[in-house]
Design a binder for this molecule. Structure first.
Ligand code: 9Z3
Length: 354
């Protein structure tokens, strides 16, 4: 992972990485567009599916967190992160997943915190987390950061990682001690949608001081609960061949913009693999949902360049070769730019007397 020094030897870890896309064979998923979710689609979805059983617990944690920061006029960012799953069985052995390591979300959360925001981190459980991401999910095993003390009685952080780890540790402790970061997990797309709606509605008390930064990779397709079998699908039940027939997930971004969080600033990401359609798809999303900013990115180059698409036009943010060499996080440029737009958004709302 960029940013992490590589120890000289790591004999217990594979040198091969299987999660990066093959640039040559990345698939162009030029699927037909389907319309944004209407209030009826929303009603149907939330009526026909049971809310996750733990939702009321999340609700009180979120309410407490938001009130705490609202009292001191601190802005709050909801950062979504990681891929959503679509289970094929209730007792889930098989599921379909969306690609995302959670790097964008976890890294961006750190930069929002650095700029004084409180962050609700709605993330795929076990994906990357702010601060710990520097030492988890990397090509290093965490044990490679450690060493035995000279007398062989204690574990210490290896001298060559001390400086960097101390910086990360201080930021982590600061966020923890000041209650600045609330972790809210999801696994399935269903849990994600219920939780997003809940948090959005609770965030309405802070109005335009809220920002939604939707970096999670949300499945476009799902299997309605009415068609999910209880137990592991047996090959003899399906004639030895599993045909998966999925429904489109209602396009909830429209409901978020229109109804759940009508005065917050909303930033969504558009993920494509074909560069010839990226900007037009991002523009379609902006028009369709009528929010403030779509950030387009390609799976293959997402860590080095993104494109901001707004009503005014489009603008690329690209790391230069020097920045790439120095492992600069592109989020360190994206997030401050968004915060400037958020401040301008707040000023414009105030001028309008909202
Ligand atoms: C993104 O485009 C994110 O930037 C990535 C980040 C998932 C590419 P990583 O986690 O990757 O750093 O490995 N997220 C949005 C993807 C998405 O599902 N967008 C929806 C769409 O494209 C709209 S909300 O339709």
């Amino acid at each position: 992972e960029p940013g992490s020094p590589v120890p000289p030897t790591s004999p217990l870890l594979s040198r091969v990485h299987t999660s990066a896309p093959d640039t040559e064979s990345a698939i162009d998923r030029s699927i037909p567009e389907f319309p944004a979710a209407t209030p009826i689609d929303e009603d149907n979805y939330f009526r026909l599916h049971r809310p996750p059983p733990y939702l009321s617990q999340i609700s009180s944690d979120v309410a407490e967190f938001i009130n705490f920061h609202h009292r001191v006029n601190r802005k709050v960012a909801l950062v979504t992160s990681g891929g959503t799953t679509v289970p094929l069985e209730n007792n889930t052995v098989r599921f379909i997943d969306n690609f995302s390591a959670g790097t964008r979300g976890a890294t961006s959360a750190e930069y929002f915190l650095e700029k004084g925001y409180a962050v609700i981190f709605l993330h795929r459980e076990f994906s990357m987390l702010p601060y710990s991401r520097h030492y988890s999910h990397t090509t290093n095993c965490f044990l490679d950061y450690l060493t035995e003390s000279p007398d062989g009685k204690k574990v210490e952080v290896d001298e060559k990682f001390q400086k960097e780890m101390l910086v990360v540790l201080k930021k982590y402790r600061y966020a923890q001690e000041n209650n600045l970061l609330l972790m809210v997990p999801f696994t399935t797309v269903h849990q994600y949608l219920f939780t997003l709606k809940l948090i959005a509605q609770e965030m309405s008390v802070i109005g335009y001081d809220a920002i939604f930064y939707l970096a999670a990779a949300v499945s476009d397709f799902f299997l309605p609960s009415s068609r999910i079998p209880q137990h592991k699908i047996q090959s003899k039940e399906v004639g030895g061949k599993l045909v998966v027939d999925l429904e489109p997930v209602p396009k909830f971004l429209r409901r978020l913009v229109d109804s759940w969080a009508p005065i917050a600033m909303i930033v969504s990401f558009k993920l494509e693999t074909d560069n010839t359609i990226l900007i037009s798809k991002a523009r379609t999303a902006l028009k369709r949902y009528n929010h403030q900013l779509v950030i387009g990115n390609l799976l293959q180059t997402r860590k080095k360049q993104v494109v901001f698409v707004t009503a005014e036009g489009e603008r690329w943010i690209k790391l230069d070769p020097e920045q790439i060499k120095e492992n600069v996080d592109i989020e360190s440029i994206i997030v401050p730019e968004i915060i400037n737009s958020h401040n301008a958004w707040i000023e414009s709302r105030k001028r309008m007397g909202l």
